[in-house]
Design a protein around this ligand. Structure first.
Ligand code: GDP
Length: 457
């Protein structure tokens, strides 16, 4: 371990702050810092996992560069598995640059994006799914996304996948034994038994793949269209939802915002509310544009909130909207609950069998209940379930390919083709699922994954 060069980088965001931290990793990490450090402790003799106060002094000019705290973590018990030093100093960007410069001129090089975590992976401190979770933890925009990322970081997903991979290898091994040593006394492999085992693994992976839809929702968020006749209270509801929940920045980089759309954190799920009130605000325009246009904008939303005025009359436009909501994920929001009710519930029920929530957007009543309904509908209770959730597209694609290989091997067995054909597919399946945890990887894959990280991580 630690045969590679020593790297260093700023680990905190650039700019003024209370503290700034520079991190070093590699066999020379401690000796590089020790060249400049003056304090009660000689860092070269320091115990691991201790923090030392001192100053960094320029060896030639004897000038004080900074007042620092140095945390020493010796190999192999560190984040990267190598010697690691974290130098905390006052959070001035110039000061931190100076510190970085003296380290860089003394045998360190600047770390590449994600290189600390990459080393942690290559030194066996993390599996690949955990390494990817590191960046998900850093980037999580909502509480649920964070919960998932922390679970993955703890290795829950990795352990689950390694178990599945073990099963695939267990199916493969007697077949390979038969192929490699055909002359020897290898127990006869039962094709029926193999098929059953493969089917079991496929089902297990499919169970995981079911969570990918929720994973995608947490990763990318969903848009919820607020639809309804003019004056039913769409804009009021839009504002009430955003007042109640925390507005967040868009989870997808590069998307623009406008006044009719706003992202909010709904029980941990990023939801973009779209207020259609601004699209058409007079009754005559509604009639002109008609339901076709509404259909078009509703089609874009993963969720539709059909707002009805509880104090008003049900009209055919309302029923049309309910009809659309019935066919996708929708909630009928009965607004103006503070006024006396005039709506014909029976008629609503005939058109629409989904969720109904009564609110007063004006008086902020029922908004919490509405948020809970939204979260329930979107996640279908999956956040708290025991199956780890698939939140990355890369993992989903690997699992789909694994299923494909397994299905191919099943087909080969069904047709009684030679066993080595099935073995090739099973090997493919084991490799592909291994790409998620990093039990199997190529340099390109590693390059691609870690280039997405920030420097210093
Ligand atoms: P939109 O055209 O559907 O966007 O409707 P608005 O949000 O502009 O609301 C239309 C009118 O209904 C406004 O005068 C609101 O103050 C009123 N309104 C909205 N929500 C409520 C509510 O819960 N109770 C009452 N009494 N009035 C409401």
């Amino acid at each position: 371990m630690g045969s590679s060069d020593t790297i260093c980088a700023l680990a905190t965001p650039p700019g003024e702050a209370g503290l700034g931290i520079i991190r070093l990793s590699g066999s020379d990490a401690i000796s590089v810092v020790a060249k400049f450090f003056q304090g009660k402790q000689d860092l070269l003799k320091a115990k691991s996992h201790r923090v030392f106060y001192g100053k960094l002094i320029h060896p030639e000019t004897q000038e004080t560069i900074a007042e620092v705290m140095c945390a020493i973590m010796k190999s192999p018990h560190s984040y990267t598995g190598e010697n690691v030093v974290e130098v905390s100093a006052h959070g001035n960007p110039l000061l931190l640059q100076r510190i970085l410069q003296i380290f860089l001129s003394s045998g360190c090089r600047l770390a590449e994006n994600g290189e600390f975590t990459k080393r942690a992976f290559l030194n066996g401190k993390l599996d690949l799914s955990q390494a990817e979770a590191v960046i998900q933890v850093v980037r999580a925009k909502t509480s649920s996304a964070l919960t998932m990322a922390v679970q993955h970081l703890e290795g829950k997903l990795g352990r689950h996948l390694k178990e599945i991979r073990k099963k695939i290898l267990a199916i493969l091994s007697p077949i390979e034994a038969g192929i490699d040593f055909p002359e020897e006394e290898v127990p006869e492999v039962s094709s029926q038994g193999l098929k059953e085992d493969i089917i079991e693994v496929i089902e297990q992976i499919q169970e995981l793949l079911k969570t990918a839809a929720s994973g995608k929702i947490l990763r990318e968020g969903v848009s919820a269209i607020i639809a309804g006749k003019p004056n039913v209270g769409k804009s009021s509801l839009f504002n009430a939802l955003l007042r109640e929940s925390r507005a967040i920045v868009t989870p997808i980089p590069g998307t623009t915002r406008d006044s009719l759309e706003e992202w909010a954190d709904i029980k941990g799920i990023p939801v973009k509310f779209v207020d259609t009130a601004g699209l058409r605000n007079t009754r005559s325009r509604v009639e002109k544009i008609g339901i076709a246009r509404s259909r078009e904008s509703l089609a874009k939303g993963e969720l539709v909130l059909v707002v009805l005025d509880q104090s008003g009359k049900l009209e055919s436009y309302d029923l049309e909207l309910l009809n659309i909501a019935q066919k996708k994920r929708g909630i009928a929001v009965l607004n103006k609950s503070d006024l006396s009710s005039a709506l014909d519930l029976q008629k609503i029920r005939e058109a629409y069998k989904g969720e109904l929530v009564s609110v007063s957007a004006l008086h902020n009543q029922g908004i919490q209940e509405l948020e809970e309904k939204i979260a329930d509908i979107l996640m279908e209770g999956q956040i708290h379930s025991d199956t780890p959730m698939i939140t990355l597209m890369r993992h989903q694609a690997c699992l789909e390919r694994t299923v494909h290989f397994l299905t191919e091997s099943l087909g080969t067995l069904e047709k009684n083709y030679p066993l080595d054909l099935a073995a090739a597919d099973l090997r493919g399946a084991a490799e592909t699922i291994g790409e998620i945890t990093g039990d199997y990887y190529t340099d390109d894959l590693i390059e691609k994954i870690f280039s997405d990280f920030c420097i210093g991580k």
